[in-house]
Design a protein around this ligand. Structure first.
Ligand code: F6R
Length: 599
């Protein structure tokens, strides 16, 4: 997820911008850039990779006296992470940085190309700067030109623009993507995507409302449609990075609907599914899939096995990486070997990947961290685009892994001809709906908070579900045990009577995943068996289950994956609220590390 900064003031501008960007590093990025303007001269620098590369490039450059600057860290969505695609993007005499997505950029680009404008990058952002310069020719007033530009953009954006025609001005606009403006008594003005870069610099800040368009100079601030409302800025940097949430985990749960959109951009289209990361030849001669992963990533893999077999009609086998390594596996060269990892550094998963490569298999990584060891080793990679995940208990990374694997199973289905036409379009329509479901699913947070006080003891939890909801039950149990330290197990609902039901009594809590779109009646019978043995039942379902002691009612949906994602959020919130009540450090649970680089 990209980060934006801006500065007007007399201190050295480059350092202000780079320091600001450093505070936004936690959002994740793969390239960075700045543009600095003084006395009408603009200098711009960009670099792929870490901010240290940008620092290296700018080490001979510095400013003295009043000037303005804008900066950006880019997390690639449209176009690869290259220097040309990094921001700021330039026109003839103006520079722009942007967070978000310009949904109608193709139409604008075509229009601008007809006007004779040549594009340097593959990004959606570049249209903004050219459109502005075109509008500036039409309007005498630059702010009118900026407003006319912004009015033509569909999608989400936080935009900063500087132009040599107004050398002491920053134009700004915001809709859907965060942007904050700050100022202090020393006449300095700051912009940033979150509070973090402003702490210790700005004395007061204004959180811009959606639809704000304005400009600022050292002496004047103007915003439409309302003047900005400044409030004092307090707090420390870590609190600011949490964006008002109590824990990173909570913030990451709340971010899921946004990152899910990022995951789908350019891949889930209206009537097609596309992965530019995989060329046509890659899937030739593949007749089976093997997936290896650990922990939460293993649960995503297990969920995907139902999707691959159902949609793509391809046999799938899923293994825990640490088991796979020593079982002397039989590998056949018609197998696509997929590894799934948030960090890309998990030792067991990396080793499994090495084994598959040595056996000559085609390998594919589904990973959240570009340039990680797993990404570097795999033949092809699909990045999950979840942004940096700080909470040790994985949430948004899991959501995006499952999403990518669902998309991949549809991609395979297309290639293998097992799904096409209206059936394919319908599946795509459901995919497009996922971010909305994730947003709506947060409505149960209060209910989870209230219920959590009843689930702080007992001798154990069983999360149960069938089919796709069995891996989700495993994941729910893992979330709970990781951060609450309560004993929890995930089980296939139909297996309880083969042994575990012996544990059932009032102190055994059953968290029952009861989707309406998949095996509802079968699951219900299994839950009834537990209820008959006095287990305390919490049902998670769109339907009221009369024997349950507690309910969390989900929204009704017409597709199991929509129910899956909604119930996933419920599990995450419930685990977090129980852990908070128990007084645990949710972001850094005891004994756990975010990246397990040892065997
Ligand atoms: C659980 C969790 C772990 C990881 C596991 C694999 O919340 O985060 O179970 O899923 O350690 O890590 P990655 O996905 O980085 O390979």
């Amino acid at each position: 997820m990209c980060g934006i900064v801006g500065y007007i003031g007399k201190r050295e501008i480059k350092s202000r911008l780079i320091e600001g960007l450093r505070e936004l590093e936690y959002r994740g990025y793969d390239s960075a850039g700045i543009a600095v303007m003084q006395q009408g001269r603009i200098e711009s620098f960009k670099a792929v990779g870490k901010l240290s590369n940008l620092e290296e490039k700018t080490k001979e450059f510095s400013t003295e006296g009043l000037g303005v600057g804008i900066g950006h860290t880019r997390w690639a969505t449209h176009g690869k992470p290259t220097e040309l695609n990094a921001h700021p993007h330039m026109g003839e005499y103006s520079y722009v940085v942007h967070n978000g997505i310009i949904e109608n950029y193709r139409e604008i680009k075509q229009m601008l190309e007809k006007e004779g404008i040549t594009f340097l990058s593959q990004t959606d952002t570049e249209v903004i700067v050219h459109l502005f310069e075109l509008e500036a020719e039409r309007h005498g007033d630059l702010f009118e030109a900026f407003k006319a530009t912004i009015e033509q953009l569909d999608g989400a954006y936080a935009v900063l623009l500087v132009t040599q025609k107004a050398p002491d001005t920053i134009f700004f606009a915001r809709k859907g993507s965060p942007m904050i403006i700050g100022r202090n008594g020393r006449g300095e003005i700051f912009f940033a995507s979150s509070d973090a870069p402003l702490i210790g610099e700005a004395e007061e800040v204004a959180y811009m409302e959606d639809g704000t368009v304005g400009y600022v100079t050292p002496d004047r601030l103007h915003a439409d449609p309302e003047p900005l409302l400044f409030v004092p800025l307090s707090g420390d940097k870590v609190t600011a990075q949490k964006g008002g949430y109590r824990f990173f985990m909570e913030k990451e749960i709340y971010e899921q609907y946004e990152v899910m959109s990022d995951t789908m951009i350019g891949r889930v289209l209206d009537d097609d599914i596309a992965f530019e990361e995989i060329d046509a030849a890659f899937l030739e001669d593949i007749s089976r899939i093997k997936i290896c992963a650990c922990g939460t990533s293993y649960h995503a893999a297990l969920a995907s096995s139902y999707l691959f077999e159902r949609l793509s009609k391809i046999p799938v086998n899923v293994e825990i990486a640490s088991e796979f390594r020593y079982k002397e596996p039989l590998l056949t060269d018609d197998t696509l070997f997929i590894v799934i990892s948030q960090s890309g550094e998990t030792a067991d998963t990396l080793e499994a990947l090495k084994m598959a490569k040595e056996a000559g298999l085609k390998t594919l990584a589904v990973c959240n961290v570009d340039n990680s060891s797993i990404v570097r080793l795999a033949d092809a990679t699909i990045l999950t685009r979840a942004g940096i995940e700080k909470g040790v208990a994985s949430t948004k990374a899991f959501a995006t892994q499952v999403m990518v694997l669902w998309m991949l199973s549809l991609f395979f289905a297309k290639k293998r001809g097992s799904m096409e036409g209206e059936a394919m379009r319908e599946e795509l329509r459901f995919m497009h709906y996922v971010p909305k479901v994730l947003q709506k699913s947060l409505e149960v947070h209060e209910k989870c908070k209230r219920l959590s006080k009843r689930y702080l003891h007992g001798h154990g939890f069983f999360f149960i579900g069938r089919d796709l909801f069995y891996p989700l039950a495993l994941e729910g149990a893992l979330k709970l045990k990781e951060i609450s330290y309560l004993h929890a197990e995930g089980y296939p609902a139909g297996e309880m009577k083969h042994g575990p039901i012996a544990l059932a009594d009032a102190e055994l809590f059953t968290i029952a995943l009861m989707p309406k779109t998949l095996l509802y009646d079968k699951t219900k019978s299994n839950v009834e068996e537990l209820s008959a043995r006095d287990s305390t039942i919490l049902s998670i379902s769109p339907e009221m289950f009369e024997l349950a002691d507690d309910f969390i009612l989900t929204h009704p949906h017409n597709h199991p994956m929509l129910e899956f994602f909604e119930m996933m959020v419920v599990e995450q919130l419930l685990a977090m609220e129980i852990a908070i009540r128990l007084g645990n450090d949710v972001d850094m649970p005891r004994n756990l590390a975010k990246s397990v680089t040892v065997e």
